[in-house]
Design a protein around this ligand. Structure first.
Ligand code: FES
Ligand code: FES
Length: 191
């Protein structure tokens, strides 16, 4: 008999279906890290301030520390483990390396997921605080200021921001690789 203090949750993570019985207070971040052993998503502040825990939930970026796992029933989650593999990095991962977009690596999974979502949001014409009164721009037209604003939920304590912006510029100007991952599918990049 199942524990009456738990709630059944079905989630698909990086393309793999899971069914878990969880304490209803468990966050999505703890579901990933503690129950599925997917430790790529990092617990920084655990209160929505740093972005280290950013994942895609049905293709939209969320701070996993602020989301209750039970609220994700039936949804698809993409974590850094679903973005590429060490043998076949996604283009945005390649670009972070090429442009010195990360140093410690602790915040990088969240930065990568946020970058993927940012480019998808721009491609869909979703405005930011900066361009809310302007016509939507394409991902390829994102300015430094625009990228900074859209990435402002992701903190890098060592200050790799110029490299992160360059990496996003590099991939956004080629665009093709981003929407594929943002759709929630866990596909290693082959390009
Ligand atoms: S750990 Fe979730 S925002 Fe910092
Ligand atoms: S790369 Fe993680 S804090 Fe800067």
């Amino acid at each position: 008999m199942s524990d009456p203090r738990t709630v059944g949750v079905s989630v698909t993570v990086n393309g793999e279906a899971h069914r878990l019985d969880l304490d209803p207070r468990v966050s999505l971040l703890d579901l990933l890290r503690l129950h599925l052993d997917l430790t790529g998503s990092k617990k920084g502040c655990n209160q929505g301030a740093c972005g280290a825990c950013t994942v895609l939930l049905d293709g939209e970026r969320v701070n996993a520390c602020l989301v209750l796992a039970v609220s994700c029933d039936g949804q698809e989650v993409t974590t850094i483990e679903g973005i590429g593999t060490p043998e076949a990095l996604a283009p945005i991962q390649d670009a972070f390396i090429e442009h010195d977009g990360f140093q410690c690596g602790y915040c990088t999974p969240g930065q990568i997921l946020s970058s993927v979502a940012l480019m998808d949001e721009a491609a869909r014409g979703l405005p930011s605080v900066i361009d809310v009164d302007a016509p939507p721009c394409s991902a390829a037209e994102l300015s430094d200021e625009e990228i900074s604003e859209r990435m402002s939920g992701n903190i890098c304590r060592c200050g790799a921001y110029p490299g992160i912006r360059k990496a996003i510029h590099a991939v956004a100007s080629g665009a093709a690789s981003t929407s594929r991952v943002a759709s929630g599918a866990a596909q290693p990049a082959t390009a």
